[in-house]
Ligand binder design. Structure first.
Ligand SMILES: Cc1cc2nc3c(=O)[nH]c(=O)nc-3n(C[C@H](O)[C@H](O)[C@H](O)COP(=O)(O)OP(=O)(O)OC[C@H]3O[C@@H](n4cnc5c(N)ncnc54)[C@H](O)[C@@H]3O)c2cc1C
Length: 302
């Protein structure tokens, strides 16, 4: 990353919210469920699946977590009544992981039950390293209770992921594999691009070795190519895995994945709590963050 980009990224929190909002529109389906439904219909029409995310994380008040939890049945109903090809993705800190683990578990359980009743699937997103152990424990407990419509995420940047995958494959977990977006110290996380890529491929092989279903979540063309060769070498059918990408990122790559005969799922976030998610996306893409920064100085905010 260039020095200028580094500067932009570290000073992004100083950019006023409306400007961040303007530049992050591409990453967010909208504020309302109806807007998200429209975006998903469009994706489904182009042969892509979706996973729907209600924005909102790091909730520290029980009523706020409960209010977010209560939104999910409405989302699941919309998916069913509009016949969308979409599952749902939920962040543990949205359902109160930072308040009380047991409370968070109960919230997840109620949503996983609601989803099971509608033949839908819940992906538990993975957040920063302070949440990994508790998140995996919630996932395992749900599986131990017999729920099969729930999956977990492992991050290739985390050194512990190899051990986690070794134990989770025994339980035939359904995985999403991604690089990991949170900044973590070198003691627990690989820092170099090559190390993370190599670990991504190692983890993918371990998952596929045991016949686990994997959502391969990346916009890194190198990884897409490597994963595609591996899939071909193993003779996997398109029902045994999927690729996943974020809304608004590298739509050209999306097309080439589809042309390769693979299934593709797009992560579709919506809601009024778009700020934290948007800042993470802009940090991944300093070029756009740079535009946001220039707008700040040119006075072109409106
Ligand atoms: C479906 C999905 C779900 C995810 N879920 C989680 C999760 O639960 N936990 C977690 O920690 N992380 C999650 N992530 C984020 C992931 O960990 C990475 O941070 C992110 O995908 C960037 O890594 P990459 O593999 O795309 O590779 P990178 O090397 O970061 O990106 C490859 C290329 O993609 C392009 N690109 C990447 N990001 C952007 C952007 N924002 N805007 C424009 N272009 C961009 C750039 O051209 C870049 O060169 C998820 C990602 C996806 C796709």
């Amino acid at each position: 990353m260039s020095l200028l980009n580094k500067l932009i990224v570290t000073t992004l929190p100083l950019v006023p919210k409306p400007i961040v909002g303007k530049f992050s529109k591409r990453y967010i389906a909208g504020i309302t469920l109806a807007q998200a439904v429209r975006v998903i219909k469009d994706l489904n029409g182009k042969g892509m699946m979706a996973t729907l995310d209600i924005l909102g994380e790091d909730v520290f008040e029980r009523p706020a977590a409960e209010a977010l939890r209560a939104e999910w049945p409405r989302v699941l109903d919309a998916i069913r009544s509009q016949e969308l090809d979409s599952n749902i993705s939920i962040k543990p800190s949205q359902l109160g992981l930072r308040i009380d683990k047991e409370f968070c578990y109960r919230n997840f359980k109620s949503i996983v039950e609601e989803a099971a009743a509608r033949k839908n699937f819940v992906r538990i997103d993975m957040e920063d390293s302070t949440t990994t152990t508790d998140t995996l424990a919630i996932f395992r407990r749900l599986r131990a209770e017999g729920f099969t419509n729930v999956g977990v995420v492992l991050q290739a940047s985390m050194r512990r992921s190899e051990e986690d995958v070794q134990s989770l494959v025994k339980e035939k977990a359904n995985f999403r594999l991604c690089k990991g977006i949170y900044v973590e110290p070198a003691a627990i996380a690989f820092q170099g691009k090559e190390e993370v890529r190599n670990n991504f491929m190692l983890l993918l092989q371990l998952m596929l070795d045991q016949g686990s279903y994997v959502g391969i979540a990346t916009h890194d063309e190198w990884l897409v190519d490597q994963a595609s060769s591996l899939i071909q070498k193993r003779g996997l059918t398109p029902e045994q895995y999927e690729f996943q990408m974020l809304l608004g990122v590298r739509e050209g790559l999306r097309d080439s994945i589809q042309k390769g005969g693979h299934r593709l799922r797009v992560y579709v976030p919506y809601g009024d709590q778009w700020y934290a998610y948007s800042v993470r996306r802009l940090k991944e893409n300093p070029q756009i963050a740079g535009y946001a920064f220039k707008a700040l100085f040119s006075g072109n905010h409106h």
